[in-house]
Design a protein around this ligand. Structure first.
Ligand code: FE
Length: 196
């Protein structure tokens, strides 16, 4: 199972989910606010915490980092994360010379096992179009100032390959435990639109 083909229009499943949400709210079983809370939980808390553990492990274990960069899916599975939309992962290392940023230009392909659900802006047409055309301008809007001497690489996700960025480890965090390091890692840092 390789997930959706990313050039298809929104599918039957999306329409069914929308119909169910409408029915549940109309019947007063749940409110739109409750749904938003659940989505936010998976978007910003549960999901990205998985990726953060992978990043923290890579920062504190050089051999693990090597495995992660050469063959990401099995290395991520070592930490306990695998499954739908994460079968063919590629992890991109940010360095002082190269800044990586991830997009899905055609829709919203995203590595669910490590990052959870994609944020709304990731799925928005302006981000998808502009990050390819003017990545430095988009990064600046996110508050990331990439120096002129740094190469910016934009990676287009697809049903076949899902990307995650390995951010640079912040200075002064060498003594932190893996658990403490994971708390430093942000979702946006693993998409490449934030420094950590
Ligand atoms: Fe896609």
């Amino acid at each position: 199972m390789t997930g959706h083909r990313h050039n298809e229009p929104e599918s039957d499943i999306v329409l069914r989910v929308k119909a169910m949400e409408q029915l549940l709210t109309e019947k007063g079983i749940i409110t739109a606010e409750q749904i938003d809370l659940v989505v936010d939980h998976f978007e910003t808390k549960v999901g990205p915490r998985n990726g953060a553990k992978v990043v923290a492990r890579a920062w504190s274990d050089a051999d693990y980092k090597k495995r992660l960069l050469s063959d990401a899916s099995p290395a991520i599975a070592e930490v306990g994360f695998s499954g739908m939309q994460g079968e063919d992962m590629v992890v991109l290392e940010n360095t002082p010379e190269v800044h990586n940023v991830v997009v899905c230009t055609l829709c919203s392909c995203y590595p669910w096992p490590v990052l959870g659900l994609p944020p709304a802006w990731f799925k928005s047409p302006p981000y998808r179009a502009r990050v390819v055309r003017e990545p430095r301008a988009v990064l600046a809007e996110f508050g990331v100032d990439v120096g002129d001497d740094v190469e910016v690489r934009v990676w287009d996700s697809s049903a076949e390959i899902r990307y995650m960025v390995l951010p640079m480890q912040p200075d002064g965090t060498e003594e932190l435990s893996t658990q403490e390091l994971a708390e430093v890692v942000t979702r946006d840092g693993m998409i490449g639109v934030a420094s950590v």
